[in-house]
Design a binder for this molecule. Structure first.
Ligand code: GLC
Length: 561
């Protein structure tokens, strides 16, 4: 079959609605306060009932948990706290029996320092595993600066006295970076991928993937370099051998099966992003970029609707003919969607959560829906540093203290932006610990669980949960929402985000109010006659060809011919 170069060509992975599960926080089956694989198994029917077609489960490999499973000590073993391989087999079978695909997190930029490879590597300069990691002999002096996300000093080089050398860790000191220039390392990784595909995995989410290739001579950074998002990505990753490695991975693994791979990170330009996923590159299938969740990153720099529209529209525009992206508003690394882009006050949490879910499920690109967002779960807003569990928060705090930063401001920002906001336990019912566990959970439960929980929302036809289900069904049954072209309408409207989706002779229009007041929207001539396909209110007021939208109203209209 000829491969079409057009991004509207049909592919099963473009048609998925992916539900992301953070296993530690989803459901605890054995009462130790930590979610587990058996817990996911118990909730398979709930997941199916959402109308999602695939799940991505965050890492559940053996790990000392310095970074909640993103520090892997054995790629072929399940973390003790989460269960064992039999549980995994039962879980994946449970998903497949329900026609749900399974996407696995593959963390191969780094391992845990407790992985056998690293133990060997650090044991002697002459060990066979020495070159599995990046070492810098101390007699050459201190290596040039590299930034670390989770280090107390922001320093990615850690001195190891045993062999008088520094090793590289872009994340915590317990997450040494693998040396992808070593063919043995790549071979090991492909073996791991084969192992999991043979166990039934349908896709891989490639963690921190843009960082696997770096200039291993570690030259000084150019003048003017700063530790900001763009510079970090540009200078720490997307190195000279990246595409060779990915093409090799594609040839050795991906092309041999019906699996897909999505890269966390898309480089620092559209060109970078296309180079990873355009079909004629034979590399990966999808990327997710961070710009959408970085809009207005900081309390001093709040986002506007104009920024939000601009970011999403420019990515849609760039990918309209070639390549494919994913759409997401939250995950385990960023705050809760409704707190960030909607309005989490008692008055507007429900309407704005439904509105944001409408956005996710009517955009072009594969939607990734984060667990709990189908209920409108919001940030927990911790106030004290000892409430935080995340290494990024704890070490970020130490770093800020040592730099003499304004700690009041630091804590305010942390309270809003911390990753722990989206890691609080799933709220199943109004019993103690939100029905997540019979014991105290590893991280505090959000106290709004008495109102915001699955049980309460199941019985209420207008709940955020039931609205989510309507939207997944709408997307699944209407290819216009998957393959239709995207076009912004009335793009300068400061209150309403509107776009059309068009496929063959079908035209749909999505109207999303981002304000707490009423707003009006002039319907285009071709949409004066329509059917309502989705609405988060019971009515839609039209006057003289103008739609009068309520606070955070979201409607999906299809043109009537
Ligand atoms: C990715 C993960 C994040 C993790 C980091 C290091 O960004 O999403 O949770 O901390 O990689 O593995």
């Amino acid at each position: 079959m000829a491969i079409s170069k057009n991004s509207s060509s049909k592919k099963w992975w473009k048609e998925q609605i992916i539900y992301q599960i953070y296993p530690r926080s989803f459901f605890d089956s054995d009462g130790d306060g930590i979610g587990d694989l058996k817990g996911i198994i118990e909730k398979l029917d709930y997941i199916k009932s959402l109308g999602v077609t695939a799940v991505w489960v965050n890492p559940f490999y053996a790990s000392p948990n310095d970074d909640n499973g993103y520090d892997i000590s054995d790629y072929r073993k399940i973390m003790d706290e989460f269960g064992n391989m039999d549980d995994f087999d039962e879980m994946i079978k449970g998903f497949h029996d329900r026609d749900i695909k399974f996407v696995m997190d593959l963390v191969v930029n780094h391992t845990s320092d407790e992985h056998e490879w690293f133990k060997q590597s650090r044991s002697s300069r002459y060990n066979l595993y020495r070159d599995y990691y990046h070492w810098w002999p101390a007699e050459k002096g201190k290596p040039n600066h590299r930034f670390s996300y989770f280090d107390e000093k922001g320093d990615a080089w850690k001195y190891d006295a045993h062999t008088d050398a520094y090793y590289l860790h872009y994340f915590s000191a317990k997450q040494p970076d693998l040396n992808w220039e070593n063919p043995e390392v790549r071979r090991e990784i492909y073996d791991i991928m084969h192992f999991w595909v043979r166990k039934g995995v349908d896709g891989f989410r490639l963690d921190a993937f843009q960082f696997i290739s770096k200039d291993t001579s570690f030259p000084p950074f150019p003048k003017g370099y700063q530790n900001n998002v763009v510079d970090v990505i540009k200078h720490h990753g997307m190195g000279p051998t990246l595409h060779d490695h990915i093409r090799e991975m594609n040839k050795e693994v991906l092309s041999k099966y019906e699996v897909f791979a999505v890269s966390e990170g898309a480089g620092s330009s559209f060109e970078d992003a296309h180079s990873l996923v355009d079909e004629d590159r034979n590399e990966l299938q999808m990327v997710y970029h961070f710009e959408g969740v970085e809009v207005g990153n900081g309390l001093d720099d709040p986002h506007t609707l104009a920024d939000f529209k601009q970011v999403h529209s420019k990515w849609e525009e760039s990918f309209k003919d070639k390549g494919w992206i994913s759409i997401f508003l939250a995950n385990h690394d960023v705050p809760r969607m409704v707190s960030r882009f909607g309005n989490d006050s008692d008055e507007f949490r429900v309407a704005s959560s439904k509105m944001l879910n409408t956005f996710l499920l009517t955009m072009r690109g594969t939607p990734y829906c984060y667990f709990g967002d189908e209920l409108g779960m919001k940030n927990i807003y911790f106030q004290h540093i000892n409430e935080y569990q995340d290494i990024a928060a704890k070490n970020g705090y130490k770093k800020a203290l040592s730099e003499g930063r304004d700690m009041k401001k630091f804590m305010q920002n942390l309270s809003f932006y911390s990753r722990d906001n989206s890691r609080t336990p799933m709220q199943w019912d109004n019993s103690e610990h939100a029905g997540f566990s019979s014991d105290s959970p590893w991280i505090a439960v959000n106290q709004d669980y008495k109102e915001v929980n699955v049980a309460a929302q199941e019985t209420c036809p207008d709940s955020v949960l039931n609205h989510f289900r309507k939207l997944t069904s709408l997307r699944t049954n209407n290819p216009v929402l998957i393959y239709g072209t995207y076009q912004q309408v009335d793009k300068d409207n400061p209150e309403v985000y509107a776009y059309s989706r068009t496929l063959d002779n079908q035209v749909w229009l999505v109207l999303l109010s981002f304000v707490e007041t009423d707003s009006t929207f002039q319907l285009p001539d071709n949409m004066q006659s329509f059917e309502i396909q989705g609405n988060n209110y019971s009515e839609l007021h039209i006057n003289d060809g103008r739609a009068k939208l309520k606070a955070y109203q979201a409607v999906v209209l299809s043109q009537k011919s």
